[in-house]
Ligand binder design. Sequence first.
Ligand SMILES: [Mg+2]
Length: 209
Amino acid sequence: MFQNLFPDEIADSAYIIDYDRLYREGYRGVIYDVDNTLVPHGAPADARAKALFQHFHAIGMQAVFLSNNTEPRVRLFAETVKEQYIFLAGKPSPKGYRRAMEMMHTGTENTLFVGDQIFTDIWGARRAGIRAVLVRPIHPKEELQIMIKRKLERPVLRAYTRFHAEQERKASNAGRPLPTVLLPKNADGSYPQPYGVYDGRPGTMRNMQ
Ligand SMILES: [Mg+2]
């Protein structure tokens, strides 16, 4: 049950993904949701986001922002970090994901998706056949319609947790750990923060303090 909604992996943040390793593994493009995936809902790009995409430019990784939000919001973010974008994407329709791959000249084998919502971001990526990473939303306060979706996400996440634990157990028994997109942890168990921590504005949600 729910397996079409399961991400391939869950990460605390889009900023602790090991993009250099993914590049070495052959990945050439990342499709991102923007709101609450890279910055809080409605917020402009901060220094951390700028550093991440400067690094992309340095290593030759491409990105497309795929957002259901309106053009002014998505353009504001994309132009700041100098990447391409698709607005009013209609996620979970797979169309926008396919268009994003066309824009990057990549395919399902060398494209990664990163987003914070199961019923739009992850479901769409799965329908398009793209490896999908679910990240924890950056800001916990969200609009009412998203709060309702978060409640609906809970049983899916519980089912995923059970499914993933079983997969990990099988992989470990077979002596080959599950593939991961994450950076190697520091000696103290924390993740490195190669792009810094969020230092931008808190976003523009109606219900934000
Ligand atoms: Mg989002």
